[in-house]
Write a protein that binds this ligand. Sequence first.
Ligand SMILES: N[C@@H](CCC(=O)N[C@@H](CS)C(=O)NCC(=O)O)C(=O)O
Length: 221
Amino acid sequence: MITVWGRRNSVNVQKVLWALEELELPYRRENVGGSYGGNRDADFLAMNPMGLVPVIRDGDVTMFESNAILRYLCARYRAGVLRPADHWSLAMAEQWMEWQQQAFAPAVTQVFMNMVRSLPENRNSEAVAAGQQAAAEALRIADAWLARYPWFAGHAFSVGDIVMGALLWRYMGVDVEKPETPDLMRWFEAIQRRDAFRRAVMAVPRARSLAEWKRIERESA
Ligand SMILES: N[C@@H](CCC(=O)N[C@@H](CS)C(=O)NCC(=O)O)C(=O)O
């Protein structure tokens, strides 16, 4: 059985759990990171020298980096379910996965860490404004794509939608202004109707403050 190390309120852990649910693979999860700690222990560092979650073990494969984990899982299991079979759709899924990590995630993180993971008195409002602007640009780019295609890989749900959906869910829960993105929102509604998304991502309430974050982390063990 696959083991996942990582707390449930981590967006990168949620991406992996969502993929496992979509692939209907049995797994067990160990709470590591945040208030659970354990990620600086020698045993954990031997699996991920970065000391970050998620990490998975699947037989002889032990690995870190959420998007690489997703690529591995969807290439190995239930071919064609999350990893598109045709070359164009696969290329598009890969493109948006990379973009999620390089463009969208840094913007969301900048806003989220200041708005939710900091006390209001420690908030860096310049960083919030810069992150918000970068996130708005990313949301418009995603919206323009989804005006042309129903999914990030084009014509069917794929691993590209998983990485974008988990992160967008997080960002939509942060109390900052966002641009109008009707096509992105239509896609986002379809995502929220998926059972696997509900189980892996929506089941963990979104925090709006540091105190709420800590409480939810404890309660979502
Ligand atoms: N690029 C890595 C980032 C991993 C990462 O930043 N993980 C965060 C949680 S989302 C973490 O482990 N933080 C330390 C902690 O939880 O204690 C990935 O996608 O897996």
